[in-house]
Design a protein around this ligand. Sequence first.
Ligand code: UDX
Length: 441
Amino acid sequence: MKIAVIGAGYVGLVSGACLAQFGFDVFCVDHDAAKVEALNAGRVPIHEAGLGKLIHDNARAGRLHFTMDLKAAVSKAEAVFIAVSTPTRRGDDAADLAYVHQAASQIAAALDGYSVIITKSTVPVGTARKIKAQITAERPDADFDVAANPEFLREGSAVDDFLKPDRVVIGTEKKRAQEVLRKIYQPIAMTGAPLIFTDFESAELIKYAANGYLAMRLAFINQLADLCEEVGGDIAVVAKGIGHDKRIGHHYLQPGPGFGGSCFPKDTKALAVTAREAGAPFSLIEAVVKANDKRKLDLSTRVTRMLGGSVADKRIAVLGLAFKADTDDMRDAPALDLIPALTAAKAQVVAYDPVVKPNGVSAFEGVEWAKSAYAAAKGADAVILLTEWNEFRGLDLAKLAKSMRAAVMIDLRNLYSPTDIAKTPFAYHSIGRQAMGPSSN
Ligand code: UDX
């Protein structure tokens, strides 16, 4: 089967490479000439575990192609995935569908033989139906169906999530389209994952509902952590205590600096807009958006309070910039709120991340870049753990403390336990637990 994937971004690349791995003949299309050239030369533009090898192996086997020629890619393709980005629209926080409709138009012009056009990008409820109407209007003669097939990939484990998902959601209207999708996902069905066939609207809503619900858990645990800081109690124990209740479970209960990334912030905002426009305001999700935005904006106040009321002229090492570990993605990362606020308050920030490169992020103007956690901490008045990279979990704390001007650690990911810290000279601040001073050790 020939498959076209429009958009060689995060979702398109992972989906394209995994579909090629199933043995399909996959054409990934992108309008960015430099990206296509890099991919054809074997260079993968994103940091994602296992993706490089998958792309390399399948390209070499002749099953995975990168091209700018959308017409040739779509022609005679039985399935065409739309995997372009749907960023937050400036002004109203809705999902911007300009790229989706542009892709649909180009696909319409290129259709040649029966194709199922599948939305893989996260799109608001109603989009599949709109695409169907758009293509019908632009190409009344075309033989096609539409399907809504949202992805649930987490950055850092996207390849695994694609190959071994909890479920695959497919919204279609026609049996013929269902059969094409069934064939595509047969290798996944064989692993025991359910294929959920449903209508367009349910499929589209499932994606927003899943992300909205998970984001809501995070907002909940983060505010509960704030409460622990005020009234006592240890959020890790509280989370464990509620998580053992089978109706709740343990996942997505790790408190932190606020959620970021390419999905939760964007999708919660878009869901709130959709619900408002539909006359069914989702006040719960609106509260999640507000709480999380505020949490990130307040990070510098939190840090300043922990550092005794001022950060001016303090040298602060920030360890980890990516929105979470195992990715180089900076989209909506807490670092983008925290670091500019610290530099504005005249702190001297020195940053280190295992994969994020300093170039080009204007929020990081004036920041010094270090090549390791230890180099960043040298001479610092405090070290902030901002991303949960594994390499920060096993730091030699005695060595780190010794090289600092003041041994203060602000652990915004709770990577260390109070017992670990009690053996060190660090004054320690974390999320949802009481601060520990060296004197109380
Ligand atoms: C998410 C969804 O999980 C995925 O299904 C969807 O397709 C895209 O959005 P992703 O953004 O890659 O994936 O990351 P995820 O691991 O879900 O984390 C999202 C945010 O929540 C990050 O900022 C992370 O640091 C934060 N998080 C996650 C916590 O703070 N605590 C947790 O317990 C889990």
